[in-house]
Design a protein around this ligand. Structure first.
Ligand code: NAD
Ligand code: G6P
Ligand code: MN
Length: 440
């Protein structure tokens, strides 16, 4: 088996330890030669990088581990780029959440004005990354998880239309599948989903088991009768438990399909707003929780010189999925994943150039998506509205257009009012001056 050179962009991310641990447990199906961690923040990178060296020395000493803030080192001679950067860090995420809330609009990092603001920040760094990678490793696969993935995926598709080795993925479909599998006590690897929509804006229509039986009706009944909790509920913060609980509400109102949790912001913007605290949002929870824990644990491991008793690096869906996606491509395994691809007729009555999220068989030549066909009016209406928002956001970036930015926010279901949209936009422009193009 070919041994891969990989680079993790955003090597100082809170998710990196879990991904590294997943790499050490998947060496049989994803062989490694070199792992490089790359970040623009030296301090974060050093903590996680020193942890990585200890982990690999103990679990896979044959793998070379390097950490760096030099992109020439990072992007040279690479087979797979795993990208998960956060332009502007948690300081800017906080603004994405709190500025809209202070003006009476949903505040979330990937949905509504928060996702819009984060999108305009992410695009520039992501375009730069793709150009740097292509200069130094023309054939590398770029696996992107950077949010807001819907907007990033669309922007990269518009800016690099010939690219066929960039794959944008989100772990929420697999998180949901893992939680469904627990509800019906079934091996998640034996469940085949049918899924359609945009990223953070989609539905499972069917969940087939290995006998061909669709388990979706049973799953809907279970959730409607007993509610929904994530499989890893003990490790989840309250906001995630609240989020999963909203699936029952969505199913009560719209029982056709199993919804992605992020649809709660678009279907119930007033309720989400009325139950949000503009002074304390998800960013505060992450900073006090995941970020603190991950960095404290990595520092402890570095001090002790061993990762054998590490708690922070337990495997979650995210790490496993990232490595399994790469393994499926590297070894042409053709496993099924829910990924983002250019529509091109997969959903027959949605725009050809939208970036849809659907199930695909993933092999050496990339994703071969499964056809979805025609979707019903309600879903088509919702998706077309959201897609218009995403497209206008990307165009606002590319054309540096205030007008398109205002159109985008006005269309977004979480805003829905042009005067509100203008207020939020003006406040976000001020907050993002260091990151956005100047909108004229
Ligand atoms: P984080 O801030 O802890 O980590 C991001 C890291 O990226 C930071 O260390 C930062 O210094 C670095 N960075 C910023 N700009 C960079 C650049 N231009 N080049 C290289 N590194 C850069 O954030 P996090 O919560 O760990 O999340 C990381 C990213 O992964 C976010 O975009 C998040 O939304 C995304 N994410 C996506 C999924 C998904 O399902 N698609 C799941 C989890 C996380
Ligand atoms: C889900 C989403 C991701 C998001 C992640 C973490 O997995 O699919 O896109 O980044 O949750 O969100 P959090 O609020 O915990 O940082
Ligand atoms: Mn996601």
């Amino acid at each position: 088996m070919r041994k891969n050179n990989i680079v993790l962009v955003g090597g100082g991310s809170t998710w990196t330890p879990g991904i590294l641990k997943a790499m050490t447990t998947h060496l049989d199906d994803f062989a490694l030669n070199r792992v490089v961690l790359y970040d623009i923040n030296e301090e974060r990178q050093e903590v996680i990088g020193d942890f990585a060296k200890i982990l690999f020395k103990e679990e896979a000493p044959e793998v070379e581990v390097v950490y760096t803030t030099d992109k020439e080192v990072a992007y040279s001679d690479v087979d797979f780029v795993f990208c998960q950067m956060r332009t502007g860090g948690f300081d800017m995420r906080e603004k994405d959440e709190k500025i809209p809330l202070s003006l009476g609009v949903v505040g979330q990092e990937t949905c509504g004005p928060g996702g819009f603001a984060y999108g305009l920040r992410s695009i520039r760094d992501m375009v730069e990354m793709v150009k740097d990678v292509r200069r130094l490793s023309p054939d590398a696969w770029i696996l992107n998880y950077t949010n807001p993935a819907a907007i990033v995926a669309l922007a990269l598709d518009k800016i690099f239309p010939e690219e066929d080795r960039i794959l944008n993925i989100c772990d929420q479909p697999v998180n949901l599948l893992r939680s469904y599998s627990k509800l019906i006590d079934h091996d998640v690897n034996k469940l085949e989903p049918v899924y359609f929509g945009l990223n953070h804006f989609g539905w499972f229509t069917n969940i087939y088991d290995e006998t061909g039986k669709d388990r979706a009706p049973e799953l809907k009944d279970i959730i409607l009768q007993g509610g929904f909790r994530p499989v890893d509920a003990e490790q989840r913060d309250q906001s995630w438990l609240d989020t999963y609980a909203m699936v029952e509400d969505m199913l009560t109102d719209f029982p056709d399909y199993l919804p992605n949790t992020y649809l709660q912001y678009y279907l119930y913007p007033e309720y989400k707003l009325s139950t949000s605290d503009p002074e304390r949002t998800r960013t505060d929870e992450v900073r006090e929780g995941r970020e603190k824990k991950v960095f404290a644990e990595c520092r402890r491991i570095v001090e002790n010189g061993t990762a054998r008793d590490s708690k922070v690096v337990h495997n979650d869906a995210h790490g496993d999925m990232m490595v399994e996606v790469a393994a499926s491509i590297a070894n042409n395994l053709r496993k099924t994943f829910v990924v983002m691809v250019r529509n091109d007729g997969i959903v027959s009555n949605l725009p050809e150039d939208s970036m849809v999220e659907v199930a695909a068989s993933l092999g050496a030549n990339g994703p071969a998506p499964y056809a979805v066909g025609h979707i019903d009016t309600f879903y088509k209406g919702l998706i077309e509205n959201q897609y218009a928002f995403e497209k206008l956001t990307v165009e606002a970036y590319m054309e540096e257009s205030y007008g398109k930015a205002l159109q985008a926010l006005t269309l977004n279901r979480t805003v829905g009012d042009a005067k509100k949209a203008r207020k939020v936009l003006d406040a976000l422009i001020e907050a993002n001056a260091a990151y956005w193009p100047e909108l004229k």
